[in-house]
Design a protein around this ligand. Structure first.
Ligand code: IMP
Length: 182
């Protein structure tokens, strides 16, 4: 696939992400009952690195991991707005404690749709965490319960997040900067 040439400028270091996850997990531990299993639901594919670090930071809790895939940007840089579920959860969540893990809240359509769907399955306690939030881009009234970092309206990659399916394996969050005009 041909792409405009670009470089990636580091925006959030791997060290800052690790420190932020540690802090967020203190709050998460306080929120969910300690004697009940927590179902950690990752939204594929962008959350796969975040959920791996988050789940291991919660290694003192009884955690089950499940995944759900919703349609998002495809290979471009624009949100599709119409959200479809491409892969549903393997397990039931009725009466259970659930933490939904997302990479970025952008327009808000994806999480809004997913949370609505999961609530209809009547979990006992449902909370959401997003590593990044771009409030300037919001089109639906949605706010995650926990946010790692608020960022400006920039296209970012790394730490699980892609541009045209590339760059997910960068250990930091970087901003895409095109080096030629479109
Ligand atoms: P929303 O439905 O507009 O909130 O879109 C959320 C999804 O869009 C995220 O889970 C990402 O997959 C994708 N997305 C939003 N912003 C970016 C970005 O800056 N880089 C890469 N993907 C993004």
């Amino acid at each position: 696939m041909s792409q405009r040439p670009y470089v990636i400028d580091e925006m959030i270091s791997a060290k800052s992400i690790a420190a932020r996850i540690e802090a967020l997990c203190h709050d998460i531990r306080e929120t969910f009952p300690k004697d009940e299993r927590l179902v950690v639901v990752g939204l594929l594919r962008g959350s796969f690195v975040f959920i791996a670090d988050l789940a291991r930071e919660l290694s003192d809790m009884d955690v089950e991991v499940d995944f759900l895939e919703a349609s998002s940007y495809g290979d471009g840089m624009e949100s599709s707005r119409e959200v479809r579920i491409l892969k549903d959860l393997r397990g039931a969540i009725e009466g259970r404690n659930v933490l939904v893990v997302e990479d970025i809240v952008d327009t808000g359509y994806t999480l809004n749709h997913v949370i609505h769907l999961l609530k209809s399955r009547e979990p006992k306690l449902l909370r959401t965490i997003a590593l990044l939030d771009k409030p300037a881009r919001r089109e639906v009234d949605f706010r995650a319960d926990w946010i790692g970092f608020e960022i400006p309206d920039e296209f970012v990659v790394g730490y699980g997040i892609d541009y045209a399916q590339g760059n997910r394996n960068l250990p930091f969050i970087g901003k895409v900067r095109f080096t030629e005009e479109a």
